[in-house]
Design a protein around this ligand. Structure first.
Ligand code: BG6
Length: 290
């Protein structure tokens, strides 16, 4: 169907949840369980070809952060195509497979015409959980490496009343303090300033994002530990003001928790495939499911 800015979006629904994904960037912009919005998308976001959507689940590939390519690579701002859809009524599962491969544009961004790939992004909407899978196959003759992140923006009632658990004891690169390497000592992380951290190799057990106003949480995991690092990001006051596609006060109602492989890029030989898996399970604080 037609979404914002005339861009095409696909809507998936099952008995209890629904999801919207734009083909531009394969960006999931809404995920609801019942009436609860799990994902944050900025009201100021532009919806234009070749422009990353502000919010949702932008796909960061093949480069994270500043580097020789444009910031965060190209996967989040190119058009993906629908490979297949699958509905398993008995399991209440709806699945969508989207894909991209190299183009003149991606070769220009990479600065290398020999980098060839097929990437598939699979979205599995279960009744109580979202399963995401990012597959990258080297279809060319040349080896290359890449970084990857599912740059998920979560909707929370208040940043002052939300916290993240499960990162104690892990080291992080602090991008707000000249990349200082720091060990996390807190059982639960509360955001009180601009925060931009890459927690390294920290995904053997699930993390939890807890919203104490709504009495809800989201359980995050990479079940096969294929996505090894986690970025925690909130732009806070000044950065929020500086971003033209983000409301000045929207930093209060979002937090990014991004699963990926950032610290150690993945190397792919010709013909090899990498698969990264991530699950997002919204629950209430009392019960194990909504
Ligand atoms: C985070 C990075 O993943 O994304 C931050 O760690 C960055 O450094 C943020 O500011 C937003 O990036 P962008 O390109 O979407 O403005």
């Amino acid at each position: 169907v037609k979404g914002e800015g005339g861009l095409t979006k696909v809507v998936l629904t099952n008995r209890q949840s629904s999801l919207e994904v734009y083909l531009m960037g394969a960006t999931i912009t809404a995920y609801k369980v019942g009436s609860r919005d799990v994902i944050f998308t900025s009201k100021q976001s532009k919806f234009e070809s070749l422009k990353a959507i502000r919010g949702g689940v932008p796909l960061i590939y093949p480069q994270f952060g500043p580097g020789k390519m444009q910031q965060h690579g190209f996967a989040r701002n190119v058009d993906w195509e629908v490979l297949s859809t699958l509905v398993k009524e008995q399991e209440d599962l709806v699945q969508l497979n989207l894909s991209i491969h190299e183009s003149e544009y991606t070769q220009k961004v990479c600065g290398d015409a020999d980098i060839k790939f097929q990437c598939t992004f699979t979205i599995k909407l279960n009744v109580d959980r979202l399963e995401l899978q990012y597959e990258s196959k080297n279809t060319g003759q040349k080896a290359y490496d890449f970084q990857l992140a599912l740059h998920t923006y979560y909707q929370i009632a208040s940043i002052h009343k939300a916290h993240v658990t499960g990162l104690k004891g892990f080291e992080y690169i602090d991008k707000t303090r000249q990349m200082a390497l720091t060990k996390e000592t807190a059982d639960s992380i509360q955001i009180t300033e601009e925060t931009d951290r890459v927690y390294k190799n920290c995904t053997t057990s699930p993390l939890e994002l807890v919203d104490t106003v709504n009495q809800t949480k989201v359980i995050l995991h990479s079940p096969d530990n294929s996505l090894k690092d986690v970025v925690v990001w909130n732009p806070w006051i000044e950065k929020a003001k500086a971003m033209s596609d983000f409301g000045d006060l929207e930093y209060l109602e979002m937090i990014c928790i991004e699963y990926g492989n950032i610290d150690k890029p993945i190397v792919l030989q010709p013909g090899q495939t990498f698969t990264g898996r991530h699950t997002i399970q919204p629950t209430s604080i009392q019960q194990s499911s909504l």
